[in-house]
Design a protein around this ligand. Structure first.
Ligand SMILES: Nc1ncnc2c1ncn2[C@@H]1O[C@H](COP(=O)(O)OP(=O)(O)OP(=O)(O)O)[C@@H](O)[C@H]1O
Ligand SMILES: [Mg+2]
Length: 177
């Protein structure tokens, strides 16, 4: 089952991230997917706040991994610049998964290393009326939550119980795409 929400502004995207962060435990993995500027780092900023971290969250595009100390720790990863998925292993991939919450931007680039049970979140950037996509411009984002196993379903149920998400969208096969 997939659940969606439309976030009209960066503040709304951060707010759903914060609600999500409050529900995450060490060992959980959030797999963020979406084009450049879709709002993956913005959502992570909210997640960090929900986990109780007061540190600023910046895109780890060049550093690959940014650690935010807390209970639990947040390992914020960005796979955009990795040449090989295996480069994640030298970042201490196995250890970070045991010791904290992992949020990874561009998860599709390291799909083979991701655990089966993860919360996949797709962020879609709607074009403006003239069809252009302008970086930084405030416009709605559609977020689709797709839990891939029992652990991530538990997280999603928490969000649904809080009334944070809209009605489930039909699974792909039933939509015929
Ligand atoms: N509804 C919205 N939700 C989130 N961000 C938005 C929204 N509207 C506008 N923005 C802006 O879009 C930009 C999103 O940037 P962000 O760095 O979060 O994207 P990203 O997906 O992490 O990009 P990258 O792939 O480069 O890492 C920010 O400048 C933010 O202010
Ligand atoms: Mg980013």
């Amino acid at each position: 089952m997939r659940w969606t929400i439309e976030c009209a502004s960066p503040e709304e995207t951060e707010a759903i991230g914060e609600a999500l962060g409050e529900l995450l435990c060490a060992g959980d993995l959030v797999d963020l997917r979406g084009n450049l500027g879709a709002g993956k780092t913005c959502l992570t900023r909210g997640i960090a706040r929900g986990l109780g971290s007061g540190e600023p969250v910046r895109s780890p595009t060049f550093t690959i991994c940014q650690v935010h100390r807390g209970e639990p720790n947040l390992f914020h990863l960005d796979a955009y610049r990795l040449e090989e998925p295996e480069e994640l292993l030298i970042q201490g991939w196995d250890e970070m998964r045991q010791r904290g919450v992992v949020v990874i931007e561009w998860g599709e680039r390291v799909e083979e290393l991701l655990p089966k049970d993860r919360l996949e979140v797709g962020l879609e950037h709607r074009p403006s009326a003239d069809g252009s996509l302008r970086a930084g411009e405030i416009s709605p984002r559609k977020l689709t939550f797709h839990p891939r196993g029992p652990l991530s379903e538990r997280i999603l149920s928490g969000l649904v119980d809080r009334g944070a998400l809209e009605a489930p969208s039909l699974p792909r096969e039933r939509r015929g795409d």
